[in-house]
Design a protein around this ligand. Structure first.
Ligand SMILES: O=P(O)(O)OC[C@H]1O[C@H](OP(=O)(O)OP(=O)(O)O)[C@H](O)[C@@H]1O
Length: 173
C-alpha cells in the first residue's frame, strides 16, 4: 500500500466530525479515532511498516503507551523483532503494581510509540515516568501528529519526534 493510499484509508475509516473533548480538555470539531484503523489488520500492518522506517538505529525496545500506542508497538515488535514495553497511565494497585509492563532485560534505549499526538501532554508524562524507571527515552514515533504544539514539547524534553502523518498531510493526500 502506498503512503497516499494508507492516508486515504485512514481518513475514510477514522476521521470523525462532531464535538469532541480531547485529553487536553480542548474542544475539537474533528477526531481521529485511532482504534478504527488499529483494529483493521491491513491498516495496522501498513501503518506499522511506515513507523518502522522512522525508528532510530539505536533502539532496544518499543514503549507503547496505553491504550492506543500498545497495538502499534505490538505490530512494530512483530515486524522488527524488538521487544515491547507497555506503559500504563497509572501503575496497577495490585499484583506486580507495575507502571511499565513487559520488556526484556538488555539495552535500555526505549523508543516511545504513540498513536496520536496533540499537545504531547500524555507522551511527555510517560517519557518522564520511563526515565524515572531507569530507561533512556530520547525518541518518539507516532502515527499522527495533530500539529498542536506537541512536537516542540517533545523536543524540549530532549527527544526527537517523528510521525507517519501530520494532520496537514492526512488532509492533503
Ligand atoms: O498529546 P495529548 O494532548 O496528550 O493528546 C494525545 C493523547 O490522547 C489520546 O489518548 P486518550 O487519552 O484518548 O487515551 P487512550 O489511548 O487510552 O484511548 C492519544 O492516544 C494520546 O495519548
Amino acid at each position: 500500500m502506498t503512503k497516499a493510499e494508507l492516508a486515504k484509508q485512514i481518513r475514510t475509516v477514522s476521521y470523525l466530525t462532531g464535538e469532541f473533548t480531547l485529553r487536553s480538555g480542548n474542544i475539537s470539531n474533528f477526531y481521529w479515532d485511532k482504534y478504527r484503523f488499529e483494529s483493521n489488520p491491513t491498516l495496522l500492518t501498513a501503518i506499522a511498516e511506515e513507523m518502522a522506517t522512522l525508528l532510530p538505529s539505536e533502539c532496544d525496545g518499543l514503549a507503547g503507551l496505553e491504550l492506543g500506542g500498545i497495538p502499534l508497538a505490538t505490530a512494530l515488535s512483530l515486524q522488527t523483532g524488538l521487544p515491547c514495553f507497555y506503559v500504563r497511565k497509572e501503575a496497577k494497585t495490585y499484583g506486580t503494581c507495575n507502571l511499565i509492563e513487559g520488556g526484556t532485560k538488555g539495552g535500555s534505549q526505549l523508543v516511545v510509540i504513540e498513536d496520536v499526538i496533540t499537545t504531547a501532554g500524555q507522551v511527555c508524562t510517560s517519557i518522564e515516568q520511563i526515565r524515572a524507571a531507569g530507561y533512556t527515552a530520547e525518541h518518539v514515533v507516532a502515527a499522527i501528529d495533530r500539529q498542536a504544539g506537541g512536537a516542540a514539547k517533545i523536543n524540549a524534553l530532549g527527544c526527537s519526534f517523528a510521525s507517519v502523518f501530520t494532520l496537514e498531510e492526512l488532509e492533503g493526500f
